[in-house]
Design a protein around this ligand. Structure first.
Ligand code: GDP
Ligand code: MG
Length: 437
């Protein structure tokens, strides 16, 4: 990872008070290589390292800060700046406000439409209407309808119309008539850019004059993403970019390149197939990610969103007193499940992303554990030590599991309890501290 590389190449610098031309050259080579590895466009990487070099040369290195740390900071700040500095908000002025999705087929437009509807409904108290303008594939309309049902947002569609411009206009009329204050227009895409698609999306845009035209792009397509972004921007002059499929350890380089090439802010990132797997784009965190530090801030924030602080305190006390029981265990499982895809969460922890890439963690992992706990009596849940042989047999039968599974869970529970007690003093206290901010 880049931070480690910098650390290494800056060993030479130890004891020197300044970053000099000679020792900076080696480091910048590493920086450039790391950026290329992260899928950053080579021109972007080149101009980036030039800027960093200018900034770094002649910087006085405070004795308290290692030159390598200073260099990491310069690189980090410069990356953040390059990606726009601050988080870019969407601007929804009109009533109803209109958001238009654009992008290639498979980029994630329809999924993101559903995610955005859910997000703005739950977090901004909006009343959205989804609009299906993909007139070429009936399955696409069906897909949006299913998403609409899941997020409980109505979907406007016209099954027999082949005119997306009219559909979009009608939808806005419908929204006005029925009091929806937000219209999200999902459109068709092609596998590659073609004239017909560009004309169509341009015509829709001109007709409905959206508050926001968003360009949706698959982060995994790397350099292609940059070219597609450029072409869409030339035709649509879009307001912002949505970077999808930034799950797990997908490299974030596309974010940097797109931002630099089209000079439009990235506004959202999609991080999974589930409908809550969406976030606003935070340049500083993406810089962390590109540097390989892991997206700790996002992780903590996500956890915090779902996690009641009081509950955490209560739990900490119980753990310290060794009173953590199966009811708490069950609560924990529910919390974890609420936080969304486990693998996605785990991958945000530095160093874990790569390690779990090929491991299959899914939400069903907890099914039998939950079943076992549900089969316990209240007394058994609070006093697991009374779980003798006959009780265990009864629980196994009741939960449709085996006595081995029950034993395994009890053993795991015991270990968890011990481990929690051990870390609760140090690590958890630190986490709590962060979460309070
Ligand atoms: P569209 O053709 O642009 O409308 O793309 P879709 O919304 O149909 O998405 C194409 C595929 O990508 C679907 O299988 C989605 O489930 C998947 N997808 C969309 N966004 C994400 C994401 O952020 N992460 C992952 N892993 N998959 C995604
Ligand atoms: Mg679609």
């Amino acid at each position: 990872n880049l931070s480690e590389r910098l650390e290494r190449s800056f060993k030479i610098l130890k004891g020197e008070g300044k970053i000099t031309e000679i020792n900076v050259a080696e480091t910048l080579k590493d920086v450039r290589r790391a950026l290329l590895d992260a899928d950053v466009n080579y021109k972007v990487a080149k101009s980036f390292t030039d800027t960093v070099k200018e900034k770094a040369l002649g910087q006085n290195v405070l004795t308290a800060v290692k030159p390598s740390q200073l260099m990491v900071k310069i690189v980090h700040d410069e990356l953040t700046k390059l990606m726009g500095g601050d988080t870019a908000e969407i601007e929804l002025k009109n009533r109803p406000a209109v958001i238009l999705m654009s992008g290639l087929q498979g980029s994630g437009k329809t999924t993101f439409s559903g995610k955005l509807a859910r997000m703005l409904k739950t977090k901004k108290n909006r009343k959205p209407l989804l609009v299906a303008c993909d007139v070429y594939r009936p399955a696409a309309i069906e897909q949006l309808k299913v998403l609409g049902q899941q997020v409980e947002v109505p979907v406007y569609c016209e099954m027999d119309s082949k005119d997306p411009v009219q559909i979009a206009l009608h939808a806005i009329q419908e929204a006005k008539a029925k009091g929806y204050d937000l219209v999200i227009v999902d459109t068709a895409g092609r596998l590659a850019i073609d004239e017909q698609m560009m004309n169509e999306i341009e015509a829709i845009k001109n007709a409905i004059n959206p508050d926001e035209t968003l360009f949706v792009v698959d982060a995994m397509t790397g350099q292609d993403a940059v070219n597609t972004a450029r072409e869409f921007n030339e035709r649509l002059d879009f307001n912002g970019v949505v970077l999808t499929k930034l799950d797990g350890d997908t490299r974030g380089g596309a974010a940097l390149s797109i931002r630099t090439v089209v000079n439009k802010p990235i506004k959202f990132v999609g991080t999974g197939e589930k409908l809550d797997a969406v976030d606003q784009f935070h340049p500083a965190r993406m810089a962390d990610r590109i540097l390989g530090m892991g997206d700790i801030v996002s992780l903590v924030e996500r956890a915090q969103e779902q996690y009641d602080e009081e509950e955490a305190k209560r739990l900490q006390k119980k753990i310290q007193k060794n009173q953590f029981d199966f009811n708490d265990f069950l609560t924990q499982i529910h919390q974890i499940k609420k936080m969304g895809n486990l693998k996605e969460l785990a991958s945000m922890i530095p160093g874990v992303g790569k390690a779990i890439k090929d491991i299959d963690i899914d939400d069903n992992a907890f099914k039998s554990i939950e079943a076992i706990i549900y089969s316990m009596t209240p007394q058994e849940r609070t006093h697991p030590e009374i779980l003798n042989g006959s009780r265990r047999t009864r629980i196994a039968k009741g939960s449709g599991t085996s006595i081995q599974e029950v034993n395994r869970l009890l053993k795991q529970f015991d270990q968890t309890r011990k481990m929690m007690k051990m870390v609760t003093g140090s690590k958890m206290a630190g986490m709590m501290q962060k979460m309070k901010k």
